[in-house]
Design a protein around this ligand. Structure first.
Ligand code: PRT
Ligand code: ZN
Length: 283
C-alpha cells in the first residue's frame, strides 16, 4: 500500500502536541528539529515538518495526504479539504479588540474604522456578513501594537488567555471564530484504509484522554447507589474483596465531570478511591 504523508507544524504552538499525539498512536519516528521529513518505522507513513500556513494547501494539492493545523489557518487559506477529526489542542478564538479607552463598543461602531489583522480573509468575510464597511489593514505579526502606534482603531487577532491583549491595554468586544487543531485530509480520500486506521488510533487516544480509570471499595449494601453514579464503558466490573461484604468497583469516569462524581461517590460510601490515566480506549 502507498506510504501516506502527514504534514505537521515544524516549530511553534502545535508542534509538540502534534508529535505527542502521533507518538501516542504508537508511531515510532525520530523528531530531529533540523529535519524536514521523518519516516515512521512501524507504519507506512512519512511526517513532513512545515510552516503551519503551508499545510492546508499541501494537503489540498496532494503533496501531503493528511495535515494537522488550526481551523483558523484553514479558514484563512480558503482551501477545500476534509475535516477528519478535531484534536482537542491549540484551542483559541479570533476576537475583535480595541484600546481600553476606545469609544468602539459594538460591531456596528467599526463602520468606517481601520482594523489591523493577520487574518484579512476571515475578517473581511465577517464584515461583509455584518454589512459593515471598514478598512482591513493586513500586518504579519504583533497586531496588538497597531492601535498604540496609530495604525488602526481596532485589531482582529487570536486570543487564548487574553494576557497579550491586557498587557497592551486592549479589551476584546466580539468573538468571530473559535478554533482548535484538526486533522485534515483530501476530499474523497476518506475510504483509504491507512487513513481510516490512523483516524481510529487517534480517536482511541483522544477518548482515553477524556476519561480516567477508577477503582474504589464499597460495602455490598451500597453497590446500587454507586453503580447508578457510574455507567462505565459498558457497566462497571465488580470484584469481591477478601473482607466479607466489601467489593472493589472498576470503572471509567469522564474527565469533565470527574470531581462532581468523586464527591458523590464518597458521599455514597466509596472508600480507597484510586484514579489512573488511560492510554487508549478501543471500542
Ligand atoms: O512558524 P509558523 O508559521 O508555523 O507558526 P505561527 O507563528 O504562524 O503560528 P503559532 O505557532 O504561533 O500558532 C500556531 C497555531 O496555534 C495558530 O494558528 C492557532 O491555531 C493556535 N493557537 C492557539 C495560537 C494561540 N493559541 C495563540 N495564543 N496561535 C497564536 N497565539 C498568539 C496570538 O497571535 C497572540 O499574539 O498568542 C497571542 C495571544 O495569546 P494570549 O494567551 O496572550 O491570549
Ligand atoms: Zn504561521
Amino acid at each position: 500500500m502507498k506510504t501516506l504523508k502527514i504534514a505537521i507544524q515544524k516549530s511553534g504552538r502545535l508542534n509538540e502536541k502534534s508529535v505527542e499525539l502521533l507518538k501516542n498512536c504508537g508511531l515510532s519516528f525520530e523528531n530531529y528539529k533540523s529535519s524536514l521529513i521523518s519516516s515512521v518505522s512501524n507504519f507506512p507513513l512519512e511526517i513532513l515538518f512545515l510552516r503551519d500556513d503551508d499545510i492546508p494547501e499541501y494537503v489540498q494539492d496532494g503533496i501531503a495526504d493528511l495535515g494537522i493545523v488550526g481551523e483558523n489557518v484553514i479558514s484563512e487559506t480558503e482551501v477545500d479539504v476534509a475535516h477528519l477529526q478535531k484534536l482537542g489542542f491549540g484551542k483559541c478564538t479570533l476576537k475583535l479588540a480595541v484600546q481600553n479607552n476606545s469609544d468602539i463598543e459594538t460591531i456596528q461602531d467599526l463602520e468606517g474604522k481601520a482594523i489591523a489583522t493577520s487574518y484579512p480573509v476571515i475578517l473581511q468575510k465577517f464584515l461583509d456578513k455584518e454589512n459593515i464597511k471598514a478598512e482591513v489593514r493586513t500586518i504579519s505579526g504583533s497586531v496588538e501594537i497597531a492601535p498604540g502606534l496609530g495604525l488602526s482603531d481596532a485589531i482582529f487577532d487570536i486570543v487564548s488567555t487574553g494576557g497579550t491583549l491586557k498587557s497592551n491595554g486592549l479589551k476584546p468586544f466580539a468573538e468571530v471564530l473559535s478554533s482548535e487543531a484538526v486533522l485534515i485530509g483530501r476530499k474523497g480520500d476518506e475510504d483509504n484504509l491507512l487513513i481510516q486506521e490512523l483516524i481510529q488510533r487517534i480517536q482511541s487516544v483522544l477518548r482515553a484522554k477524556e476519561t480516567k480509570y477508577v477503582v474504589l471499595n464499597v460495602e455490598r449494601k451500597n453497590i446500587e447507589t454507586i453503580i447508578n453514579l457510574l455507567p462505565g464503558v459498558k457497566s462497571p466490573t465488580i470484584v469481591p474483596l477478601a473482607e466479607e461484604n466489601w467489593v472493589a468497583v472498576h470503572t471509567v469516569i469522564q474527565e469533565r465531570d470527574f470531581w462532581e462524581k468523586i464527591n458523590k461517590l464518597k458521599a455514597a460510601g466509596a472508600q480507597g478511591i484510586v484514579v489512573m490515566p488511560i492510554e487508549k480506549i478501543i471500542l
